[in-house]
Design a protein around this ligand. Structure first.
Ligand SMILES: *[C@@H]1O[C@H](CO)[C@@H](O)[C@H](O)[C@H]1NC(C)=O
Ligand SMILES: *[C@@H]1O[C@H](CO)[C@@H](O)[C@H](O)[C@H]1NC(C)=O
Ligand SMILES: *[C@@H]1O[C@H](CO)[C@@H](O)[C@H](O)[C@H]1NC(C)=O
Ligand SMILES: *[C@@H]1O[C@H](CO)[C@@H](O)[C@H](O)[C@H]1NC(C)=O
Ligand SMILES: *[C@@H]1O[C@H](CO)[C@@H](O)[C@H](O)[C@H]1NC(C)=O
Ligand SMILES: *[C@@H]1O[C@H](CO)[C@@H](O)[C@H](O)[C@H]1NC(C)=O
Length: 435
């Protein structure tokens, strides 16, 4: 199955295009999409304008100092009064990028964004804008769907005489570190259909950041055109796309961990690309990189609990049933690494590996166990993984749901979302009885 997996995890070329195409395929057919034209001529409107650095705007996921978004499902959130929200997107926006946006916890609407233009995303003409909110002011949330593309916020507008309001922090925080499997590659709305999104949205009252990029390895080497591995790149603001390379070359902005609250939980799902023989990563190099990622997380956020997920690949038919393809081994190695962290043998170096200084040594003080193993065996079945070796929308929902229960049981986190975990276009039903 290894050779087959090569096709499934390649990200050739896609990221090299600066212009997005909003074609979405569903079972090999072009999916009907009709996104309303939201672009406006701003000079025909009267707005109260907030610049990108306004404290009223909460940035979700990773954004750089130019207010350009990176990685998977980054977004913005804020409260607003009135019935109008418009956003001016900077020229560093990927032209044509698809974004999902919504009022409160409603289903997502989508818009194809034009770089350097203003889009009217909430207006009195939209019946949803007049709904009685359970909370006042209304909240507005926007997320980038495609991991390879991004937006730049230039400014945000409310109606004249109205205002934006900073939303309170939700109080819990999840960080997902991964590759295409977490980034939502090949799900309908990519980042917004990924298990990483569903996990946090479904827990509710949880801020989240998905630092995942297709094709990337844990080990610091080129994998499928990603020049660096997560053991390095996680410490930086931008991802490993050609979009990032074009803007920052080999000098991306380090991520300022001190500028944001620490994550409470860090979910790590990485290694499928390391495990692909195309990338020629040895077991030692992979486990070393995964160990350093965890050490780096612990160094940045000493109180964070870490969940390491076991890897999966897909299913093959043998005789009259389906069986999971072996995820290139490492099942035992990952589990043993988790045990090592919790054995008391793990000693914390006073100088933590941070992906930049590359200092490691295993002498220091003992730490309380903080690494947990999430066994994915048995969660997804044959039809939950598409022909491209990635979870389908339903597969993603299964992974998210099982993780939610694991987190509820392990950390006593209540499930607060009672509606807003919306996976757009997943309402499959049959109202025809007796057919
Ligand atoms: C935008 O509106 C202003 C004022 O009506 C007008 O002068 C201008 O030509 C418009 N720009 C475009 C691109 O239509
Ligand atoms: C935002 O940036 C402008 C300059 O571009 C500056 O004048 C203003 O003080 C900044 N506002 C905040 C809240 O940092
Ligand atoms: C985009 O670039 C053009 C030309 O450089 C400039 O006139 C315009 O103000 C820019 N727009 C934004 C939103 O940055
Ligand atoms: C999205 O917008 C871009 C830029 O205007 C355009 O080239 C592309 O065709 C649009 N896609 C769709 C599906 O409308
Ligand atoms: C794979 O890695 C090994 C050890 O690092 C090296 O000797 C070998 O040449 C590599 N093979 C390929 C095809 O790059
Ligand atoms: C994962 O779960 C499967 C099925 O219950 C079990 O056979 C396997 O031993 C577990 N793996 C580890 C490393 O615990």
């Amino acid at each position: 199955m290894l050779s087959l997996s090569i096709q499934g995890l390649v990200v050739f070329g896609i990221a090299a295009l600066w212009q997005a195409s909003a074609t979405i395929l569903q079972n090999g057919q072009v999916k009907p999409t009709s996104y309303a034209e939201t672009r406006i001529n701003q000079s025909e409107y009267s707005f109260r304008t907030y610049s990108a650095n306004a404290t009223e705007i909460s940035y979700q996921g990773r954004w750089d100092s130019k207010y350009v978004s990176w990685w998977s499902a980054p977004g913005i959130k804020f409260g607003y009064t009135g019935r109008t929200v418009a956003i001016t997107f900077g020229n560093l926006t990927t032209d044509g990028v698809l974004v999902g946006y919504r009022i409160g916890g409603l289903d997502w609407a989508f818009a194809n964004i034009t770089a350097g233009s203003t889009h009217l995303l909430v207006s009195p003409a939209d019946p949803n804008s007049g709904l009685t909110a359970p909370i006042n002011p209304w909240t507005f949330e926007l997320r980038v769907t495609n991991w390879a593309f991004g937006i730049q916020i230039d400014s945000v507008h409310a109606a004249a005489g109205e205002k934006l309001v900073r939303l309170p922090d939700l109080g819990r925080r999840i960080e997902v570190i991964g590759d295409s499997l977490a980034a939502g590659m090949y799900t309908s709305y990519e980042g917004l259909s990924s298990w990483a999104y569903g996990l946090a949205a479904g827990l509710g009252n949880t801020e989240y950041s998905v630092t995942a990029y297709p094709g990337i390895c844990a080990a610091d080497q080129d994998c499928w055109g990603n020049p660096r591995g997560q053991v390095h790149q996680w410490f930086y603001t931008s991802d490993t796309s050609s979009r990032a390379a074009a803007l920052y070359g080999e000098n991306p902005e380090p991520w300022d961990f001190s500028a944001r609250p620490a994550a409470d939980l860090v979910v790590i799902n990485i290694g499928t690309n390391d495990g692909n023989e195309h990338n020629n990563v040895s077991t030692t190099a992979y486990i070393d990189a995964l160990t350093k990622i965890i050490e780096g997380v612990h160094g940045k956020w000493p109180k964070a609990q870490v969940i390491v997920m076991s890897l999966w690949l897909g299913f093959y038919q043998s005789g009259n049933s389906y069986f999971p393809s072996a995820p290139s081994g490492w099942v035992n190695e990952i589990s043993q690494m988790v045990q090592w962290f919790n054995s008391g043998d793990y000693l914390l170096d006073p100088v933590i590996y941070d992906g930049i200084t590359k200092k490691t040594s295993r002498t220091g003080t003992k730490v309380e166990p903080f690494v947990h193993y999430f066994n994915t065996t048995g969660i997804m079945q044959h039809n939950d993984i598409g022909p491209g070796y990635h979870p389908t929308d339903i597969g993603a929902i299964k992974v998210a749901s099982h993780l939610q229960q694991f987190i509820k049981m392990t950390f006593q986190w209540d499930l607060y979302a009672t509606g807003p975990e919306v996976y757009h276009d997943t309402l499959y039903w049959n109202n025809e009885a007796n057919y």
